[in-house]
Write a protein that binds this ligand. Structure first.
Ligand SMILES: O=C(O)CCC(=O)C(=O)O
Length: 264
C-alpha cells in the first residue's frame, strides 16, 4: 500500500526544520536531522505524522478481525505480521523500517510486533518501566519500539507518557507489577513530575528506546484502546549474534575474569 505524502500545513511551512514531516520518493516517512537529534537526546520521539489515517483505519480493521477470530475483546496478540504478511507492505511498516535504519544503522531489522488492546472503562494503565528491564543482562539495549495507535489517543483513552533520558541513563530497579507474574515489570523510581504526555492523531506514532522510561494512561472511555507496536533492532531477531553484541559480551566476560583473578 503506497500513500501520498502528507501536505505540510501553513503553520508547518513557517517552521520547516522543526515540524515539517519529511518523506522519501516512495512516500515513506523519514526523520529530519532535528528529529534524529531529539530522539538521541531524549530517548523518545513524538511523531504526529507517520502515515495516512486511512491506512491506519485499514490496519485497525484487519487486527480487529484477529481479536474477533480468537474471541478476544482485549489483551495482547503477538506478531500480527505473521498472521497477515500484507502488514509488512504497508507504508507505515516500510516507514518504520526506514526510520529504524536512520536511528540504528543499516543493519536494523524487524524484531517483533504486537497488538495491545485495552478494555473499555479499564482501571489499569501500563506502569512506568524501561523495556531494557525485560532484556538480558548482556543486552546492549539497542532496540526501538514504534507505538502506533489505531485511532486518536489522548490521556483519557490511554496515550503514552515518557520521561526524557538522563545523561548516562541506567536500567533502574524493577519489580513485578502483578505480584504473581514476574514477567510484568514496573519501576518505583520514575520521577513522574518530568513526564511528557504524548497524545496522537490516528496516523501518528511515538518511538522509544529501551532505556526510556514510559507508561500508558488508563483507558477510561467506552471503547477499547487499540495499538500496534513494531520493534526493530540491529540484526533483528539475530540480535544476539550481532558483532556489536558479541563484542560487548566478550568484553563483559573478560572484565569479570580479570577482576576475579585480581581478587585471588
Ligand atoms: O500500550 C501500552 O499500554 C504500553 C506499551 C509499552 O509499554 C511498550 O510498547 O513498550
Amino acid at each position: 500500500m503506497k500513500n501520498t505524502p502528507l501536505e505540510p500545513c501553513a503553520t508547518d511551512s513557517l517552521l520547516p526544520s522543526v515540524v515539517s514531516p519529511q518523506f522519501d520518493k516512495y512516500g515513506h516517512r523519514i526523520l529530519t536531522m532535528g528529529e534524529v537529534t531529539r530522539f538521541r537526546k531524549e530517548g523518545y520521539l513524538h511523531v504526529p505524522t507517520l502515515t495516512q489515517p486511512s491506512e491506519i483505519a485499514w490496519i485497525g480493521n484487519l487486527i480487529d478481525q484477529f481479536y474477533a477470530h480468537r474471541g478476544l475483546a482485549h489483551g495482547v496478540i503477538d506478531q500480527p505480521t505473521k498472521l497477515a504478511s500484507a502488514l509488512q507492505s504497508t507504508c507505515v511498516y516500510q516507514s518504520c523500517l526506514k526510520v529504524a535504519r536512520q536511528l540504528l544503522g543499516r543493519m536494523a531489522m524487524y524484531g517483533n510486533d504486537r497488538a495491545l488492546y485495552k478494555e473499555a472503562y479499564g482501571n489499569l494503565g501500563s506502569p512506568w518501566h524501561q523495556d531494557a528491564s525485560f532484556h538480558g543482562r548482556y543486552s546492549l539495549h539497542d532496540s526501538i519500539v514504534f507505538w502506533i495507535p489505531l485511532h486518536d489517543v489522548q490521556t483519557e483513552n490511554g496515550c503514552m507518557q515518557y520521561i526524557p533520558l538522563e545523561r548516562n541513563q541506567v536500567v533502574l530497579p524493577h519489580r513485578p507489577f502483578f505480584p504473581k507474574d514476574p514477567s510484568s515489570l514496573m519501576t518505583d523510581h520514575a520521577e513522574e513530575f518530568k513526564a511528557v504526555n504524548c497524545p496522537l492523531p490516528a496516523g501518528g506514532a511515538t518511538i522509544h528506546g529501551a532505556l526510556t522510561l514510559h507508561c500508558a494512561h488508563v483507558n477510561t472511555v467506552a471503547s477499547r484502546r487499540r495499538v500496534w507496536t513494531l520493534t526493530f533492532r540491529p540484526w533483528g531477531r539475530w540480535n544476539c549474534i550481532a558483532p556489536s553484541r558479541v563484542f560487548h559480551v566478550a568484553r563483559l566476560i573478560a572484565g569479570k575474569m580479570m577482576s576475579s583473578a585480581r581478587r585471588r
